[in-house]
Design a protein around this ligand. Sequence first.
Ligand code: AHR
Length: 501
Amino acid sequence: MKATIFIDKHFVIGDVDKRLFGSFIEHLGRAIYTGIYEPGHPLADKRGFRLDVIDLIRELDVPTVRYPGGNYVSSFNWEDSVGPVELRPKRLDLAWRSVEPNLFGLNEFMEWTKTVGTEPMMAINLGTRGVEEARNLVEYCNHPGGSYWSDLRKSHGVAEPHGIKLWCLGNEMDGPWEVGQKTADEYGRIAYETAKALKLFDPSIQLIACGSSNNHMPTFPDWERTVLEHCYDSVDYLSLHSYYGNPDNDLPTFLASSIEMDSFIKSVVSTCDFVKAKKRSSKIMYLSFDEWNVWFHSRAADEKVQPWQFAPSLLEDIYTFEDALVVGTLLITLLRNSNRVKIACLAQLVNVIAPIMTVKNGPAWRQTIYYPFLHASKYGRGTVLELKVESPWYDNRQYGDVPFIEATAVENRERGELTLFVVNRSTGEAVDLELNLQSYSPHHLVEWIELHHENPKASNTKKNPETVVPHKVNKNVVIDGRSIQLQLGPLSWNVIRLALT
Ligand code: AHR
């Protein structure tokens, strides 16, 4: 098969906001306890932070981490998670039907973000709580002192305000599973009133309103329209969530999941722009795709988990090579929509549908999906270009014509590099690819990284943590003026880095 990608530096989609490579840590399963926090682990520091996990997160260079939920936040009392640990209440978390002892809380999380080198993206409970608790929380976190809540923080040993800039106004508030589910009007009103109060406190904070829990919700996209009609002028971003899976073991369909993500984003953009037009507003609503990933492997096992345990194994998907390819195409889709999607969170970061797995009192390792995320975070910062991809297609019962080649390109001027991210979806055929670099004169190939495994179901486990790992491709690459010829293997994720000077 043959394909051509036309690349022109004048055709720009937009600059990548580094927060596109964010992630998420929820009080869920073993994300916190035995994930990022495990006092007594041989590699934990004196605060109980697992340093082996921190090293893996630092390698990913995650610029923002959403916390503390997720569904968890909708019945969470933030006051339970601060102050002397021995006085913190042990609660029953209704979202995941687990016991939450609050050993790790708000101030520990903030300490952890500093150690990791990331920024917090804090979620507020708008399920069981409202404007007052939200206002108190922001005052506790961000006011220097001289008021009840800021002085309480100081009395908890945190002298300096946290200065948290990014806040989520609730989580998936249309979901019937959510404690305190709301109608679009109910949520739109409370989001508006909360936003008003928080921006009176500090107009510079950024707020994310809840979009639909996913694009299959019966109320999508009316939910977005109604919510934004209430709070368009008061919030900065609208959230999207979506998870993809392969429960029927239909690889060609699974590999095309990014088509659904792309159409979801486009529909939300249209809905935001409809409200913009209706309001005669000049403001552009940006998107926060703050939960996305593959999630399906663990669903059956999770149904058997007994309730009211402390840190049970929940949502522990063990990812395969084919999942990594899908994550690669999802990253390409997010990059291609980076003119509107400014924030995105790979859900989640450790143990819970995560790129990083740990064993209690044991090692930590990289799942297959770690690698495309690592490559995108490392080489996907810069300016995304609008490509013209001429690719052969396959016919799919769900998505119609699906191109074998999925691609995007990011120019990083500081590094003097153009990086292409390309997935070959073909299960059996290599693709002879021409990169037609209209207005670029590439100097040389810096490197070509490939992620491939003969077995689409191969995974990385505690026993064999390096079954699926990327490698440098040493195959022949012909650079002839402004044209580059290379051959992409079947089922492969490729990172092609070109030096421009
Ligand atoms: O990430 C797991 C869960 O998925 C989150 O708690 C929730 O927001 C979503 O439904």
